[in-house]
Design a protein around this ligand. Structure first.
Ligand code: GDD
Ligand code: MG
Length: 344
């Protein structure tokens, strides 16, 4: 399979670690590898080739990190977007740069996955279903009525690969709660598996303007040394939409594999905290944290940090900016970035 690595987002809810010029997928948040490198490594057993779809301005970070993760730059192609138009055009451009029968695994590059043996088995099943002409999604058992995810209703079945009854992207809070209560819905993991041909056929059927303008943009692009450079005006002509709204909500050939690997989209500090080792007091386990009667604090810093009598804080310290937030409020960190952008 070819691993499409989507590198478009800037991860504003992980400010100040994640910045426009250094998005979260390239940060080494935990351990020696970035989320981007982890993504490549975990997919290598099933995907020997990679298609990196990224913004022109920060693709050099992907180029820098890929050899370290893969051991070689061979088998890697790039689609460089001068400006992002969301995931439907990004994936379409990648598919035009493939053979129609190539099986593609689309992955975000900012997720964490554990239980890799189960993950690999799941990918094998997905590959077979993709070859049979389906668009395959990976269903995650929901733990809360999150409104930032897509929801997949699966047919009642004990088969590992199931028909999808309905796909709903980002429902409102009431609907999300109903979905969770019904027990028939999964979260969409944001990963997809299909052949280039099937995806492009479905896109042409349900979002013909995105299909036509992406095709035109690809055909007019400059391709050199495995790099496809898309022109700014051609890119701007493509309507902006996500694969979830443009194709997944509408297509009749979607399947879901209810998945039991551990999945975390690391969208916020509250989500990141669940991945960090902690002490008995519930603080992040850091040698250089001095805790005086402090509990359940998430701390991210290279400096010595001391806390006295504080609980349930998120403390993120970087060289030029610091964040202090209440646990549970980390979704609002994107408002900080909006304010900073307004200030200029
Ligand atoms: N190359 C490129 N260009 N990548 C992009 C672009 C773009 O214009 N826009 C977004 N991406 C990348 C992001 O960096 C991320 O890795 C991935 O595509 C998904 O985009 P998000 O913006 O993070 O989507 P989302 O989180 O709102 O929703 C998606 O993921 C959820 C799971 O995390 C959907 O697929 C939901 O259904 C799903 O539940
Ligand atoms: Mg996301």
């Amino acid at each position: 399979m070819i691993n499409f690595l989507l590198c478009g987002g800037s991860g504003t809810r992980l400010w100040p670690i994640s910045r426009k010029n250094f998005p979260k997928q390239f940060c080494k948040l935990i351990g020696e590898q970035s989320l981007f490198q982890n993504t490549i490594s975990r997919n290598l057993p099933n995907c020997s080739r990679q298609m990196i779809i990224a913004n022109k301005e920060n693709v050099f970070m992907a180029m820098d990190q890929i050899e370290e993760a893969k051991g070689t730059g061979a088998g890697v192609r790039y689609v460089l977007e001068p400006v992002g138009r969301n995931t439907a055009p990004a994936i379409a451009l990648g598919c035009f740069y493939c053979d129609p029968d190539d099986v593609i695994l689309v992955t975000p590059t900012d997720h964490m996955i554990q239980k890799l043996d189960i993950y690999e088995e799941t990918l094998q099943m997905a590959q077979d279903a993709a070859k049979a002409g389906y668009i395959v999604t990976f269903g995650i058992m929901p733990t809360a009525p999150e409104t930032g995810y897509g929801y997949i209703e699966s047919e009642e079945s004990s088969e590992p690969v199931r028909k999808v009854v309905c796909f709903k992207e980002k429902p409102d809070a009431k609907t999300a709660q109903e979905y969770v209560d019904s027990g028939r819905f999964y979260w969409n993991s944001g990963m997809f598996c299909f052949t280039a041909k099937v995806f492009l056929e479905e896109l042409e059927k349900y979002a013909p303007e995105i299909y036509n303008k992406s095709k035109k943009a690809f055909e007019a692009s400059l391709i050199e040394d495995e790099v496809c450079n898309v022109d700014m005006d051609d890119m701007l002509a493509i309507p902006s939409d996500s694969i979830d709204y443009a194709v997944m909500e509408k297509s009749d050939c979607v399947k879901v594999i209810p998945s039991s690997f551990v999945w975390n989209d690391v969208g916020s500090y509250d989500a990141l905290e669940t991945e960090l080792p902690s002490t008995e007091d519930g603080n992040t386990d850091l040698d250089h944290h001095i805790s005086i009667n402090s509990k359940n604090n998430m701390i991210y810093s290279d400096k010595v940090i001391a806390t006295v009598d504080v609980e349930d804080l998120i403390i993120v310290d970087t060289i030029d900016a610091m964040l202090i937030a209440k646990k549970g409020s980390s979704q609002k960190v994107k408002d900080v970035v909006n304010m900073l952008n307004k200030r200029g």
